[in-house]
Structures are given as structure tokens and as C-alpha cells.
Design a protein around this ligand. Sequence first.
Ligand code: AHR
Length: 545
Amino acid sequence: MGVQLSGRAWMRTRRALLAATAGLLAGLAGASAPAAAPGNGAVLTVDTGKTGATIDPNIYGQFVEHLGRGVYEGIWVGPDSPIPNVRGIRSDVVAALRQVKVPVIRWPGGCFADGYHWRDGIGPAAQRPAGINAAWDKSAETNAFGTHEYMDFLDQIGAKAFVSVNVGSGSVREADDWMRYMTAPADSQPGKERAANGHAAPWAVPFIGVGNESWGCGGNMTADTYATAFRHYAAFLRAYSGERAKLIAVGADTDDYEWTEKVMAQAMKWRPNPTPLAYNTERPLMWGLSLHFYSFAGNDWRNKGRNIGFGTDQWASALARAHLTDELIRRHAAIMDRYDPKKQVAIAVDEWGAWFDSEKDAPSQLYLESTLRDAVIAGMSLNIFNNHADRVRMANVAQMVNVIQSLVLTQGAKMVVTPTWHVFDLYKVHQNATMIPVDVQAPDYVEGAVRLPGLSVSASKDAAGALHLSIVNLDPAAARPVRIDLKGGAWRKASARTLTAATIDTRIRFEGADPFVPGPLPARLTQGQVALTLPSKSVTLVTVE
Ligand code: AHR
């Protein structure tokens, strides 16, 4: 972990989280004042000689589900639409997503995945069955967007495939048939069928999600039942050409540590308890174990807080929940360390994001207008993932277009990029860079019973040697002077860009100028120190060369 709080500050943060997120954490005692930075300012110390893991670009992954207008209208408008498109996929959305370098897209769900039968989504469009989206509102599912359209979308964006197969209501046979259809050579029977449907060459499917939320909408399974199911699927799921497919097992919902314990114990290894002379291999059955976690105000899923028109109390409690991501990763990773000390199995946070209550007149299911708070939550979450790059090697924000914390919103022919998109755009420099630990000394952000580290920070060094620090100032009212002490390296210049807005709930609109475009922020470099002042409620990227 790169951001190092003193032991006392950490205890204090945890105690605040207890108050802010009652019921999620337990048993923390004792607290005292954190080691404060001088005055009102913060000091960040970066020793560029100390390097961490490579930040996997897939941490900047996305998630698309058949839900609301996430696929239909958001991505797929059909080839006959007046909205500019390439083979039915809208061009404005593709252009926006190309810009932020989307590495991987998880599809088709979500809860939708465990009711999805892939054969419904291949073949001539007119002959595809009119289906029902059982997972979401029993809405109409035209199946116009299926495997070929998803792969075309990936191609247009330049992203890799992450397909979630149906475990809940499907079968090993159905999932294997899908893998054959997508990846078998052109001269095989499944390859010939694929070619007859318009694509002779096999596609690459580097990631397979083996079910989704199998503890809930994906099958109501216990950890023991799922571990058995995963082992069964893992025996048959493979790519029939190209690189070996990486299997991602269903991991815990939030703080279900028992799930992690049981799935790691029973399903991580090819043979959990090999006899001395029996065949065995060190290679884990799974490439990754997922984690799902959403941020909202409070802890009641039936009352997640307002998305707009909220006060600083809900700002703080949502940020407290986002901050909890760090605790969750630490604790799940600590369990995984016992079974997998070499960290071969990744944590794939394949659903994360801000999820507030939708407005009553929302145009589609789980639609949220994006606000500044989303940008701050994205900045904090991505910093946490970067800082855990040794274990977190995949993350997929939920969801890419028109659903929950989106990067892009559409309204008929109109499209806007969201504050979250701007954060992904600022942070793309971290992709494939080397994580650098940062010591952070900063005043806490305090709001009622919530006390959080005032700044969220991560840093990395890219292939060209440039240092990038992404810094979130959580405080909705106070600007923060910051001094960055650079140890090691000879630095010539520093620059910064920052994203903020007039109010904590400033939202994106389809009319007028984008209020979230990051602007330049003065950053002074003198003798290995960078000085700048972060605006309140902001996400800033500092680059030092
Ligand atoms: O992202 C929305 C839903 O949240 C997904 O379908 C499900 O996996 C999760 O509960």
C-alpha cells in the first residue's frame, strides 16, 4: 500500500469509519490524534527509488450490462439509426471511450449474465428471439446486441473481452459451447458457424467470469456450493485458440470474508489437498477472485441517499464508504495471502462505483446524473486500486454508459462525458506505470462523526520516467496547500491539472459547457520540492519530469 498513515492516524480513521459505516466494521478500540502536517498544509514525500508493482491497465476496466439504457441507446442504436454509427454502434460513444484508453470491458452482466443464453444473440438480427430481461424489470430484450456486436464494440474501442458466463441458469456445456463459438479455429464446426454469421477468425477471450454474484442473483449459492461449481466449470472452460483464458471466480460481496476464506480454500488450487505422489500443479485454477463494492451515503441499500441536492453529511458518508474500499481489499487480501503467498491470484474488483437513489423521473433503470461527488469517489477508488497494485489487477467501474456511475451519458442523439470520464482521462497515465509509495501527512477531513484522511493519493512512474501523482482533496470547503518532497531523481519541471466544480452536487447537463473540464493548476518546482494549492473538493493530477 502506497499511502502510509501513521499507526495512530490509521486507528483514528478506522474509528471514524465505524461511526460512519456502522455495522460494517467491528471491534476497533483506542484512538489518538494523527501526526498532523504543519499548519493547514500537507506534505507528501515520494521516494522514487522505492518502487512497487506495475499498475495493471485493467484496473481502468469497464462494465456493461443489459440494463436500462446501458446497451440499447447507450451503445447500440442499430445500423439504420440517424445517430452516426458504425455497424449499429454509436460513434460518439466509441470516440469518447477510445480517448480514455479503456483496456477491458466486462459483459453481459451483472445479474443479467446468469439468465443470458448466448445463442439468442447470434445469427441474422431478424431471427433473434424477442426475449425478456428477467434480471432487470422484465423489460424487452431484443437480442440485437449479442456476441458479434460486443466483439465489434471492443474492436472499435481497442479493448479486450471479459465475458461472464451463465452459471446460475446455464450449464457447463452451454458455457463451453460459447467459448468454442468465440475462440475455435475457423475450420472447426463452431468456427464455421461463426463464419456463417459473419466472422471467420476466432476472437480472443482473455478473461472469463465464472458466474456473477453467485451468492445472490447468480444462484443463491453458499460459498461451498459455489466452490464446487467453480471447480466443475474450470475443468471445461478454455479458449480454443490464442492465449490461455484467465478465469475469474465469484468473490465476496463487500465484507463477506467467510466467502473469500472458503472459496480460496476449496477452489483456488487444482488439487486443494494433493497426496504426495499424485499429479499436481502449482498453477492456481483461478486467475482472479472478484470483489463487488458500491459507495453510497450510509449503509442501507434501500436508502442510498440522494444523488443531487444532498448536503455535506451525505457527501462525507459516501466518501467514508468509498474509503472503506481500502479496508476491504486489505482484509480480503490478507485471507488470500494465507492460501496464495506468491500473490498469483488477482483481486478483480469487477463491480465498483457510486450508486445513489435514482430520481423518480429517471429516464431509465439505475440512471444517475453524474455529479462532482462521483469524480471524487472515482479518484479515491482508483488511488486505492493503484496502491494495491500487487494484488488488485482488474477493476471494472459500474457501469460504462447510462447506468449508475457512468463515463458517458446519452439522451437520444446527444452524448456527454461525465466527471468520472474526466478522472479516467486524468488517471490514464497510471496504466502500466510502476506504483511509487507516498508518505502522506495531511489534516483529516472531519464532518460530524466522519473523520477521514483529508487527501487520497497515489503515484506512479511511467516508462519515460515521468512521475504522476493523483491527489483528491476530500474537503468540500477548504483548499489545501501541499508540498511534495521528491527524493531521488533529477526533476526539471512540474505541472498540474485539476477537476473541481462550484458545488458538491454540480451535475453534468446535456446543454451548455462541461463544468468539469480539468483546468491548469499552478505548481512550482524548486530544489526537489513541488508546491501547489489543491482546490477544495477536487481531483488533481501532478506530473513531474
Ligand atoms: O451493477 C448493477 C448490479 O449490481 C449488477 O447487475 C449486479 O451484479 C450487482 O448487484
